[in-house]
Design a protein around this ligand. Structure first.
Ligand code: KG4
Ligand code: ZN
Length: 331
């Protein structure tokens, strides 16, 4: 079964072709980051208009690089939500329209299910069950992934996502958007121990997170000093250490609580070097393994949607696989 995956939930148009026999045949991605960075964040209306421009050329490109024709596609999976309403509508409507026109089944996929299953696209892949730490600009969650369709939310942020906190703090430090990578670059010049920031909810006794107070703590520090380049780097390091500490401790607590030994880190913040170093070192000390799937599968992409769709469709009775006569999105 050849499944076309369509992801348009935020600011990336991702298209992929996944074959249940042959694996991932192709995937294409267009990131709108350069367009949104001018505004310091994602502008929803611009996002949906750009998805409209990109989606068909990307589908053509994905078909071309997989050496496939439209008629080879057996089913369509599109991101149903959560995400930006207008952006989701672009992917869902093109997916439903193609399903109707080609008379093939269409399936709406939960964006987070895509993220949770995406580690299975990389090698080495974890085996079920595993813990997933999803840390992106939009999500911060710890999930127990037992099997396809069997997920347990263990904890999540009660306010800002980890990536959002990186981006907002980067903005306070005068870095561009999205500023997570730039902040971690700056933190390399930081002097350890110059500033001590709180570790929000570290001892809350649950697996939830909170990052909005940390950004306010950074603002308080900024307002109290004369800001030199060195001080900016010191603050960046102190902020990064605080986030990394909390993410690491809660991930280890999730492993301890469930007795599982595999942790997968997905989402853009998973690119953070200090997080990787800290997590891998501390997990190894507890005989646990940390998986960092390739970033192209960790951040928003079409491959994870095609893949989740293929697994879901395979598990469905034949009669339930139907062409779309309508569609809904859940923003
Ligand atoms: O998963 P992702 O590409 O997209 C969505 O959020 O949908 O994650 C992007 C987030 C941004 O907040 C970005 O600042 C953050 O990941 N990020 C980083 C690093 N690289 C990207 N945060 C910390 N350190 C990094 N090296
Ligand atoms: Zn995402």
């Amino acid at each position: 079964m050849l499944v076309l995956g369509i992801e348009t939930s935020c600011d990336e148009t991702g298209i992929a072709l996944f074959d249940t026999e042959r694996g991932l045949l192709s995937h294409t991605l267009y990131s709108q980051i350069a367009m949104h960075s001018e505004y310091g964040g994602v502008v929803p209306e611009l996002a949906s208009r750009d998805h409209i421009r990109r989606v068909l050329p990307l589908i053509r490109q994905a078909l071309h690089s997989a050496r496939c024709e439209l008629r080879d596609i057996n089913a369509i999976a599109y991101t149903q939500g959560p995400g930006l309403a207008g952006a989701l509508l672009v992917g869902a409507s093109i997916g439903a329209a193609m399903s109707f026109a080609l008379n093939i089944p269409a399936l709406g996929i939960h964006h987070l299910e895509g993220h949770l299953l995406s580690p299975l696209l990389s090698t080495p892949a974890p085996r079920f069950p595993f813990i997933a730490l999803l840390v992106s600009g939009g999500h911060t969650q710890l999930m127990q992934v037992d099997a396809v369709g069997h997920y347990k939310l263990l904890g999540e942020t009660v306010d800002d996502a980890a990536g959002e906190a990186f981006d907002k703090t980067a903005k306070l430090l005068g870095l561009g958007y999205p500023g997570g990578a730039a902040l971690s670059q700056l933190a390399r010049q930081g002097r350890p121990g110059k500033f001590k920031l709180p570790r929000p909810m570290l001892n809350s006794g649950d697996l939830n997170f909170s990052f909005s107070g940390l950004k306010t703590a950074v603002l308080t520090v900024i307002n109290k000093q004369e800001i030199t380049d060195q001080i900016r780097a010191d603050i960046a390091l102190a902020f990064q250490e605080a986030v990394v500490d909390v993410l690491t401790e809660k991930s280890l607590a999730a492993l301890a609580q469930t007795g599982l030994k595999q942790l997968v880190v997905a989402g853009g913040v998973g690119a953070n070097e200090q997080l990787r170093r800290n997590l891998s070192g501390k997990a190894a000390a507890k005989s646990a393994t940390v998986f960092y799937p390739e970033l192209e599968f960790c951040t928003d992409n079409g491959a994870m949607i095609a893949f989740a769709g293929a697994l879901r469709l395979q598990a469905m009775p034949e009669a339930a696989r139907q062409p779309a006569h309508s569609f809904t999105v859940n923003a």
